[in-house]
Design a protein around this ligand. Structure first.
Ligand SMILES: Cc1cc2nc3c(=O)[nH]c(=O)nc-3n(C[C@H](O)[C@H](O)[C@H](O)COP(=O)(O)O)c2cc1C
Length: 162
């Protein structure tokens, strides 16, 4: 099974979740940033899992990104396109999909729901409901146990996608 976990991540938290999900899926799965996941890399994927941070209660946009201060410590990594932009150019496929996001525990809103919808629009059939993973601050870290939960979820997705 060709499985790819694509992420947008400014401070590495969503990337860490993506890597754990890929580990859970199995050795054939790869976690890739939106700049690494070019159309030829993604072509023919049997399972696409995609995740982004929640920003302003939703999936980050290029416009919202422009307002993010770059003089923070540590600085945000803005070198890859937003997942929203990546999804806009995702070629149609016939695989399965799942969506996740990282967010504060008590915040309303979701990025995963929008990701789920866009993946389905491109022909990738969801195998699990959108899933949240919790950060304890804007720059992280992830809540204790989230990396293990992500690994577990990856394993569940690999069973659901066959
Ligand atoms: C501009 C901005 C807006 C944010 N808005 C929200 C929000 O509405 N709800 C929420 O739960 N978290 C919000 N966050 C926190 C992000 O979800 C958090 O930075 C992210 O999970 C960290 O993951 P990353 O290291 O992969 O970027 C916001 C963060 C930023 C920088």
């Amino acid at each position: 099974m060709k499985a790819i976990v694509i992420y947008e991540s400014l401070w590495g938290n969503t990337a860490a979740v993506a890597r754990a999900i890929a580990e859970g899926i199995g050795p054939e799965a790869r976690a890739l940033s939106t700049s690494e996941a070019t159309p030829d890399v993604v072509a023919g994927a049997d399972l696409i899992v995609a995740g982004a941070p929640v920003q302003a209660f939703s999936l980050p946009s290029e416009r919202g990104r422009a307002s993010i201060r770059q003089d923070q410590d540590p600085p945000p990594d803005l070198s890859s396109p937003t997942l929203r932009t990546w999804l806009e150019s995702l070629p149609a496929g016939r695989g399965r999909s799942a969506a996740f996001d990282t967010k504060f525990r008590l915040s309303p809103g979701s990025a995963a729901k929008a990701i789920d919808k866009e993946l389905a629009k491109a022909g990738y059939v969801p195998v699990a409901p959108p899933r949240h993973f919790i950060v304890t601050g804007s720059q992280g870290p992830l809540r204790e146990g989230e990396v293990e939960a992500a690994r577990q979820w990856g394993q569940e997705l690999s069973f659901a996608a066959v």
